[in-house]
Design a protein around this ligand. Sequence first.
Ligand code: ZN
Length: 364
Amino acid sequence: MQAFADEVAQKYLERVRIKSDFISAACPFHKGGRESRPSFWVNREVGNWGCFTCGEHGGGLKWLLKKLGISSAHIDSQLDEAEKQAKKYEEVAKAKARKKARKAFAGEHVLPDALLGVFDFLPLDLVDAGFGKELLKEHDIGYDRRNNRITFPIRDLFGNLIGISGRATMIGEEPKYLIYSGQRKTEDATLPGELGEWYPDYTNEGVRDHLWRLDKCYERLMKNEGGQEQLILVEGYKAALWLVQNGWTNTAAFMGARMSPSQERIVRSLGVETFVFLDNNQPGREGSKRICQRLAVSTFPVYEVSYPADCNETDQPDDLIVEELEVALGNSTRVGGRSYGTTRIRRLERHTGGRQANWTRRKR
Ligand SMILES: [Zn+2]
């Protein structure tokens, strides 16, 4: 399929640039094909295509050629064959990516789980905010009394403890989130970090290349029985926990409004239907667009989740009540891929029953 896709692009499109798994080109469907910045893409492996600007899109090269008014029985039969080959190729590529993933996605600097004993206190802020105690325990969420921070253990895909993130509880304390380390470097000295007392040599390097909580859904997503699994990606720990508490158990967090190349590889290697649900503030909305565009040129469906119209700019998923979450997820927009539009997300199994019945929405 790649050779065909390249050939078709070079013959019939303008300003063609061939990248590893997709081709970018000037969109032939708007501005009379004279875009200053190409926003048209073609997937080289399976031939689906789309435009980020005008939204024109389609499921195969045959369709593209037809739309461009270039079509013949000869080209069609060649494309059918290429598409068949591409299907096979896709399966092989996925299997390869997974094998590689097994090696590359293990954390480099592993901490013993016993360390969590230091932070084994219930974070009352989160309990007050409506998070279930069981859920918090299940995720080993704790409290660091020395630094007054709520602790979120970060694990690699295989469940190894590779980092601790501390969330400030004092108003105005910066940074709001801090990934603990063994050492802290200032301009003229190296001081012990938050974990220095126990692990002075530990470094938090590379921790952000993982996705928080993905270890909890990894097996299920890898198996992807019946092709039914759906992954929701959010920015923060609290947002992820809130979705899980409300029944969407396949949720993981980027730990920020950006996706690192390594995180992108992980998401791609899973290859399941993916929903991007970042915060509603500007960094969140911009990050969400960028992440969706990067993922959209892949072979699995990617959806951008949008907040209900009456939500605040400061809202994040954990500010929404369950009905609002349902509206947001249900109105997700497909980005790129074979078909744009909206879809309803299948409700996944509930973790804890009925908690949110007493829940009233917090307004900050
Ligand atoms: Zn266009």
